[in-house]
Design a protein around this ligand. Structure first.
Ligand code: GLN
Length: 205
């Protein structure tokens, strides 16, 4: 499952390639020297150490996940501990509940209730400096595009970043969600942080 980079075993990070800003995530990973592959099939999912679900349109991806027969393999691997990070739409797809939209299907693995398109005008499409202690003292450029926020989180969920009193980055063990889009910035810290989770999970396996 693992690639060799300059003599050291490096984790392979997958990007779910059904819809959305797939290429931007692959580029962001590669800019940081990480091994990245697009995942569209059960077979390609089996070959990665972790998975990013990109931003896009959650109603579309919810349908495509079933059309590509990926729901069961995704839920199986995520609940078995595969590091998984959803950005914006990806966090919606991972969530247990979408506030006010009980009929929109999700994978239901991350114990949060999200509100879609939640931020008002000033943050609707904006770049906001975010304090994320897990990344160190320097603020992270938070790019928000019709972003969801975390309205409620279960007891096993750590809120790692808050904006306007709302959770915008959460972690439940191997599952991470961000409301914003690090793949649209030149700041690779979150991709490298996530790749370290993937490396640790692969070492433990
Ligand atoms: N508004 C989109 C949705 O609810 C998410 C937007 C994004 O991923 N940039 O699916």
């Amino acid at each position: 499952m693992r690639g060799e980079t300059s003599g050291k075993m490096a984790p392979i990070v997958g990007v779910l390639g059904l819809q959305g800003d797939v290429v931007e995530h692959l580029d962001a990973l590669r800019r940081s020297g990480l091994s990245a592959v697009e995942v569209k099939t059960r077979e390609s999912l089996a070959g990665v150490d972790g998975l990013i679900i990109p931003g896009g349109e959650s109603t579309t991806v919810a349908k495509l996940v079933d059309r590509y027969a990926l729901r069961e393999p995704l839920v199986d691997r995520i609940t078995a501990g595969m590091p998984t990070w959803g950005t914006c739409m990806g966090m919606i797809v991972l969530s247990k509940e979408i506030v006010g939209m009980p009929d929109q299907p999700t994978l239901g693995v991350l114990e949060i209730a999200v509100r879609r398109n939640a931020f008002g005008r000033q943050v609707e499409s904006a770049e906001v400096p975010l304090a994320i202690p897990a990344l160190g003292p320097q603020p992270f450029p938070g790019v928000f595009i019709r972003a969801p926020w975390v309205e409620r989180a279960g007891p096993g969920v750590e809120v790692l970043c808050v904006l306007d009193g709302k959770g915008v980055m959460v972690r439940q063990g191997n599952i991470v969600g961000t409301s914003f889009h690090p793949e649209l910035t030149r700041d690779g810290r979150l991709h490298r942080w996530f790749a370290r989770l993937c490396g640790r999970a692969a070492d433990a396996a």
